[in-house]
Design a protein around this ligand. Structure first.
Ligand code: PMP
Length: 454
């Protein structure tokens, strides 16, 4: 049972009870909930969050990784306010120069992209990416890897957190649907693949090559289980050979494992990339980039629009619908461009990665002193704590980890002033200091003491 001590003071508890009357489950996204109730936040600055009781936390959630420069960076605030002044009506609903600037910037940082479209979320970016792939190949199915998350699309809400009971064979995972309300026809077009198992993946891809439009993956699963280089290079070769579009979903990893995403770390060019989170500088965004031939399918958004792309219309035989009232929102792009400018300062990312590695090493040392089997895994500014000494190569390896111990530690950390949704991964930012790291390690030590006494 989760101990309630430390929660009694809570205005959060009262707010949560109240919220539940008006909002299903009291939260506006299922992921925001944790037991006994989520903490309601009021303010954020730098690496810190302050809750409705005035309690301060070092934030390692950072809005599920979206804030690479911490909360309320003065330069991002300034750029956004300036844009607000310039825009007047906030959103034009017309093309504007910032869209071009951001597209050019992304193409420079992600050489696999020739062209870019913007959306309002990672989910919408994935929606466009798979629609482009299906149109381009004229095949119906999408391959996705077990344990990988790609947003809330019906077709991809499959085998994200399957249990040992329903996951099926490791080399031929079952498609486990995570939500009701998804009709059978949508369940038939997804093939679940085993991550970091090239041999088994190859068998499945060859078997389904005539119906597979695309394979989508998080190059670093959940942001913390890296693809093995020989797996990801092998997957690139295979998808090329079989005429399957390769989509890297870099919504989490873009700008967080390297400015140019995981693809720059592995030196692999996907056909399509999806981005989000960090790209919006704290505001909602998504982006899809890829080869011109694939992207150009969205140039004419309706059959009747085909003439409006003028001389470009010969470049595509397909017409892929893509729209969105708020796409390319000027405030979001102003915040996003300033975020990228900040991260382009070489020292910013480098020192964030160094501090992250320092935190990982110090935590590993600490747990070792207490003879607790714990390893950290991750890349760049994202990592996770896994309580097992078994090697973690894919989703199923996580079943070996001691999650009740981890949960107990995380609850104690929340009481002590570390903010992270229990069992979630850690994200760091340029705002996290060496003092934050030292404090985090010492609070872990106190959490260990408390849990061992329970
Ligand atoms: N893809 C990945 C890899 C993600 O991590 C997420 C969000 N966690 C999404 C897609 C969906 O993005 P959004 O929540 O902005 O719709």
């Amino acid at each position: 049972m989760i101990e309630q001590r430390g929660y009694e003071k809570d205005a959060s508890r009262r707010l949560f009870q109240h919220a539940k009357k008006f909002i299903p489950g009291g939260v506006t996204a299922n992921i925001k909930h944790f037991a006994p109730y989520p903490i309601f936040m009021k303010k954020g600055y730098g690496s810190k969050l302050i809750d409705v009781d005035g309690v301060e936390y070092i934030d390692y959630s950072l809005c599920y990784g979206a804030l690479m420069t911490g909360h309320g960076h003065p330069r991002i605030k300034e750029a956004t306010l300036k844009q607000l002044d310039d825009s007047g009506t906030v959103i034009f609903g017309t093309p504007h120069e910032l869209e071009v600037k951001m597209a050019e910037k992304l193409i420079a940082l992600y050489p696999s992209m020739d062209q870019v479209r913007f959306t309002n979320s990672g989910t919408e970016a994935v929606l466009l990416a798979i629609r482009l792939a299906v149109a381009y190949t004229n095949k119906p199915k999408i391959g996705k890897f077990e344990g990988h998350y790609h947003g809330g699309l019906n077709q991809l809400l499959v085998s994200i957190n399957p249990t040992q009971r329903d996951a099926g064979r490791p080399d031929q995972p079952e498609a486990v649907f995570e939500s009701d309300g998804i009709v059978q026809s949508e369940r038939e077009n997804t093939i679940v693949l085993p991550f970091n198992d090239l041999e088994a993946t190859e068998k499945l891809l060859r078997k389904h090559q005539d119906e597979l439009a695309a394979v989508i993956l998080e190059p670093v699963q959940g942001g913390f289980i890296p693809a093995e280089p020989q797996f990801i290079h092998g997957l690139r070769d295979l998808t090329n050979e079989l005429g399957i579009v390769l989509i890297f979903d870099e919504v989490k990893t873009g700008f967080r494992v390297a400015l140019g995403g995981a693809q720059s770390v592995y030196d692999v060019d996907p056909d399509i990339t999806t981005l989000g989170k960090v790209l919006g500088g704290g505001f909602p965004i998504g982006a899809v980039g890829g080869h011109e031939e694939i992207m150009m399918q969205s140039a004419a958004t309706a059959k009747s629009d085909v003439f409006s792309v003028g001389s470009d219309s010969h470049k595509t035989k397909n017409i892929v619908f893509h729209s969105g009232t708020y796409n390319g929102h000027p405030l979001v792009l102003a915040a996003g461009l300033e975020t990228i400018r900040l991260l382009e300062d070489e020292n910013e990312l480098k020192s964030t990665f160094e501090k992250t590695m320092l935190l990982r090493k110090e935590l590993e040392k600490l747990y070792e002193t207490y003879h607790i089997k714990m390893q950290t895994i991750g890349m760049g500014s994202i990592f996770n704590l896994v309580f097992t000494d078994q090697t973690i190569r894919h989703y199923r390896d996580m079943w070996q980890a001691d999650t009740s111990f981890r949960q107990a530690i995380d609850i104690e950390l929340l009481k002590l002033g570390i903010y992270l949704k229990p069992l979630n991964r850690y994200s760091t930012s340029t705002a996290h200091t060496v003092e934050d790291i030292e404090k985090t390690v010492s609070l872990h030590e106190r959490a260990i003491h408390r849990v061992l006494q329970q």
